[in-house]
Ligand binder design. Structure first.
Ligand code: XMP
Length: 573
């Protein structure tokens, strides 16, 4: 569903590209539970059948989000320990929620608030009274101390960046520190304004840093721990270990594995779908591929995939997708070759946003046309991922319920009266890859670089012509081949060629050329929100430029794009 997701989300992007500076207060979490999902107005409107994926039988760790920019990372760290967790905004967690969900442990995230300020966020008091281990991070530490009888002060306590902590005397052997202080002191990442000045009863200092006398405090009897730094970020190298130790203390068994997930997801799909038919938009991207194979394993021929070929795919891409799914997996697949339609409507259009809008609109029309031919279809499968369903915490106007997954839906399920099957809704991208491996998908599919829904259209600035697309496809294939041959593919988040809207003069043999210029782009990134250009060697760049110019007629000049994001974006349009 990557392309499906991609094209539909491109429609919203047409109005606002994500602002890389505004990573903002997301990081808050997703209602993977029936209660929360049912309370979302747009879900009710659409009557989505999400509940089949809503409740989990696994040990559950609740993350209460106070609006930190990095709350999602807490969830990722916990998942690395095979622990199921969900993030919920502080203002959606109440006693009824806690009773119904019965978390085995609770983590309080950081956040931009200031505990001494009136009306700053708090955790429900029940969090501390229900007898489960609690771990407070940064703002979460301060909330914990304040609510349990300690003291927090604002003032000149701000500390940002690297710091080094050491265990307090007699605490090096504490279970929470297992494997943490092997080197005596440990680097941590601080980012806070206020700080704790008096401990709550029952707590003691168990680690300090030169500027943070309460770097880690703990109440071993209750398994309450609170840290002033951020253990969830990479700059706290042993932070994941410390969180893992907390999970062990809390009694988690690490039962969230992809093998178990696969079996449960299959059972849930069967239960949800019954004997009805499901349509799945397939792009060949990781998410839609994994969703399709999983659903096919669950319901076999009740699944039909629709692969919309908009004529903006890479070299051999359509054939590869069709061969893999139709021939290798025997999944009923409609190959909707609508390239004439798309390229016809794009003729003469050079404005990037207009291109995106045209592609988004046509994609929906085409998908609907083919989907409506599938008799008895009641469900639409989507490769929605956990980060797509993240809510945002708003400190000014109550909980803000912007759910990204609706960008994917694009109104189509309502229009067609379809219910949604979203078997990946609880997973992060790397977990989807793990599930793909579990399902036996080829590594080449699982490790693919992301490819945007509007396809080559946004790698062809200016007017799109078949000639330019053809040159671009061939040049891109040479470039990717070079990257693979040099063993660099997996180090790079995304690499592609773009054909520039200009011709330049060159000399080949003894003749003058007047051909297209090409830009090569390769970036490293974690999530596509920020990115850095990949530092190829000069030898690599020289060799690649030579190969492209020799092997691809129509190109006589190659540039390498050294722009990071921000200020650039990954794609050229
Ligand atoms: P930008 O160009 O915004 O891209 O830095 C960030 C990531 O998003 C991909 N991208 C898209 N993905 N639909 C998508 O699903 C789109 O319309 C779209 N535009 C860009 C891009 O390839 C990169 O991975």
């Amino acid at each position: 569903m990557q392309q499906w997701t991609a094209v539909l989300s491109a429609r919203s992007r047409a109005h606002s590209r994500p602002n890389p500076h505004a990573l903002g207060r997301h990081g808050v979490r997703a209602p993977a539970m029936a209660l929360a999902v049912a309370s979302l107005p747009s879900c009710r409107r659409a009557g989505f059948a999400l509940c089949a994926f809503a409740m989990t039988q696994h040990d559950f760790c609740l993350i209460i989000d106070f609006g930190s920019q990095v709350t999602q990372l807490i969830a990722r760290r916990l998942r690395e320990w095979n622990v199921y967790c969900e993030i919920h905004p502080f203002n959606t967690v109440d006693d009824a929620f806690l009773t119904a969900r019965a978390p085995k442990a609770i983590i309080l995230s950081g956040g931009p608030g200031s505990v001494p300020e009136a009306d700053s966020p708090r955790a429900p008091q029940m969090v501390f009274d229900m007898g489960v281990p609690v771990f407070g991070i940064c703002y979460g530490q301060q909330v914990m101390m304040e609510q349990l009888g300690g003291c927090v002060e604002s003032g000149h306590h701000a500390e940002f960046g690297r710091a080094y902590i050491e265990p307090a005397s007699g605490h090096a052997g504490d279970t929470i520190f297992k494997g943490v202080f092997d080197a005596g002191r440990e680097q941590v990442w601080m980012s806070h304004g206020d700080r704790v000045t008096a401990l709550a009863p029952g707590f003691e200092v168990i680690a300090t840093s030169p500027n943070a006398p309460f770097a880690i405090v703990g109440d071993h009897a209750r398994h309450f721990y609170a840290v002033q730094f951020h253990p969830e970020v990479h700059h706290t190298p042993k932070g994941a270990q410390m969180l893992g130790n907390f999970l062990t203390l809390a009694g988690f068994s690490g039962d969230w594995t992809m093998g178990a997930y696969r079996a449960e997801a299959i059972a849930k799909i069967r239960e949800q779908v019954g004997d009805k038919r499901v349509i799945c938009g397939l792009s060949g991207g990781v998410d839609s591929s994994v969703a399709a194979v999983l659903i096919h394993e669950a319901i076999g021929d009740q699944l039909t995939c629709v692969f919309v070929d908009h004529g903006l795919l890479r070299q051999n891409e359509a054939e590869e997708v069709v061969t893999m799914f139709r021939d290798n997996y025997n999944i009923p697949l409609i190959h909707a070759d609508e390239s004439d339609l798309f390229l016809g409507e794009l003729e003469g259009v050079s404005d990037p946003e207009t291109k995106r809008k045209i592609i988004g609109r046509l994609f929906i029309d085409v998908f609907q046309k083919y989907a409506s031919q599938i008799e008895g279809a009641e469900f639409l499968a989507q490769g929605t991922l956990y980060p797509d369903v993240i809510e945002s915490v708003s400190f000014s106007g109550g909980p803000s319920v912007t759910i990204k997954s609706h960008h994917n839906v694009g109104g189509l399920p309502e229009k067609m009266g379809l219910k949604l099957v979203e078997p990946l809704r609880e997973l992060f991208k790397d977990e989807v890859r793990a599930l793909g491996r579990e399902l036996g998908l080829p590594a080449s599919f699982i490790g693919r670089h992301p490819f945007p829904g509007p396809g080559l259209a946004i790698r062809c600035p200016g007017e799109i012509t078949r000639e330019k697309l053809d040159i671009l496809r061939r040049a891109d294939a040479v470039y990717i081949d070079q990257i693979r041959k040099h063993g660099l593919y997996d180090e790079i988040w995304q690499a592609f060629a773009a054909i520039l809207p200009m011709r330049t003069v060159g000399v080949m043999g003894d003749g003058r050329t007047y051909d297209y210029a090409l830009a090569l782009r390769a970036v490293t990134s974690v999530d596509g929100m920020t990115a850095d250009y990949y530092p190829f060697t000069h030898e690599f760049l020289g060799e690649t430029a030579t190969r492209i110019i020799n092997e691809v007629r129509g190109v006589n000049r190659v540039f390498y794009d050294c722009t990071s994001k921000p200020p650039g974006t990954i794609e050229l349009e």
